[in-house]
Design a protein around this ligand. Structure first.
Ligand SMILES: *Cc1c(COP(=O)(O)O)cnc(C)c1O
Length: 398
């Protein structure tokens, strides 16, 4: 997945444009910039490639999620439904606004289980946030039906699935709002950065102002701008946007390299009867950033995971034992270890984490291994890797 593997002349050229010109900020300084607007250009490129009316670049993917929620008016005491399998950023972004993350089970798609979502809806629920983990997606049609029936917003976190599509539409463009990350390990990197995507005019304007102190961005005199509402600084810099611009132009190429490498490994693993693959919802096409598969049980998965490491099969993750991506090891969240006091509403709202077990999630994550698909591998390297993986799994399962 990581776009940084193919960082090169194009990225340097865009970056040098900014350095030679000297305007490192995305807003203002119109006279000095000689027509260089990297952030604006990248936003246009995102809109065109991801087929969405508006893209607002921001400082990170985590910020993008907070801004998307804020833009839709979600805040203190509101509940947002999200899956147990994601990156810690997802609940952080919800909690930053004083809202309450409601974690629910995943299924064999490795994303939200529809029935678990349905059961979690209360009068406080404001949004459902599917997180398209490891290059594939949640069943967006089923979630849309739930959203419509209960008057909820659908907010996609597509940080790990840029380049994937659902029924022909790019992920991130389908919900009321979509969020992307452009951090260093994502398929398209800007070093750091993120984007909010939406077809909704009002949400876009809100995101645009909110991410720059609430400034209204009217006219060419920044000092004279007014503030329709409070905001913060979540701006991206021109330096980051320049790198992202060069990278985004290669999205299709990156996806096709990943597809080639993914297919070689998948075809090889398909020969092993004990291996099954993650379900991709009907109409979905992955970004091929990861190949995710299931083994018969937790014990086998643990053995395969350590054997992979011993034999140099790097970048394969057994998320059950991982501190970053799965609820099992998020003690800091369960124990509410914050640097500052949380509201009583949030403390109450998160009490369920003390007692709720997520057996169904454990069942899937315990047996799952997700292998990152790299861009820099040669076909020979991938074939060799695939053979080794098959050998290791066969040996452990025999
Ligand atoms: C990377 C990631 C984020 C956060 O992105 P940053 O740009 O690192 O803040 C959010 N959600 C998921 C699923 C991610 O993988």
């Amino acid at each position: 997945m990581p776009g940084f593997e193919l960082f090169g002349d194009n990225e340097r050229k865009e970056l040098n444009d900014v350095l030679e010109n000297g305007v490192l900020m995305r807003y203002g300084f119109d006279g000095m910039r000689n027509g260089h607007w990297k952030a604006k250009e990248l936003e246009k490129e995102l809109e065109s490639q991801l087929k969405v009316k508006h893209a607002q670049l921001v400082s990170s993917g985590t910020a993008a999620v907070s801004i998307a929620l804020a833009a839709a008016g979600i805040g203190a005491g509101d509940e947002v439904i999200m899956p147990t399998f994601t990156f810690v950023a997802s609940f952080e972004a919800i909690m930053m606004l004083g809202a309450i993350p409601i974690l629910v089970d995943i299924d064999d798609t490795l994303t939200l289980d529809i029935e678990a979502v349905r059961k979690a809806i209360t009068t406080k629920t404001k949004a459902i946030m599917p997180i398209h983990m490891c290059g594939s997606m949640a069943n967006l049609d089923a979630l849309k039906v739930l959203c419509d029936a209960h008057d909820l917003l659908l907010i996609e976190d597509s940080s790990q699935a840029t380049g994937a599509t659902y029924k022909g539409k790019p992920l991130g463009s389908i919900g009321d709002l979509g969020c992307l990350s452009l951090d260093f390990v994502k398929i398209i990197t800007a070093g750091e950065g993120g984007a909010v995507l939406t077809n909704n005019e009002k949400f876009y304007t809100n995101a645009d102002h909110f991410s720059d102190h609430g400034h209204d961005h009217v006219g060419t005199d920044r000092g004279a701008e007014s503030h329709p509402f409070l905001g913060y600084n979540f701006r991206i810099s021109e330096l980051h946007a320049a790198v992202g611009l060069a990278q985004l132009r290669r999205l299709d190429e990156f996806v096709s390299i990943q597809k080639r490498n993914y297919t070689i490994i998948r075809d090889a693993l398909s020969q092993v009867p004990e291996v099954t693959f993650r379900t991709v919802p009907e109409g979905g096409e992955e970004s091929y950033s990861f190949l995710s598969f299931f083994l018969p049980d937790l014990e086998v998965a643990r053995k395969v995971s350590s054997a992979f490491k011993e034999h140099g099969i790097d970048a394969c993750f057994h998320y059950y034992d991982n501190n970053w991506h799965y609820i099992r090891k998020w003690e800091h969240l369960k124990d509410l270890k914050t640097l500052y006091p949380l509201s009583e509403e949030v403390r109450e709202g998160l009490k369920y984490l003390q007692t709720k077990t997520f057996e169904q999630s454990n069942h899937y994550i315990g047996r799952n291994i997700s292998c990152l698909i790299k861009l820099s591998w040669t076909v020979e390297e991938v074939k060799e890797r695939a053979l080794k993986m098959v050998e290791i799994i066969k040996e452990i399962c025999s």
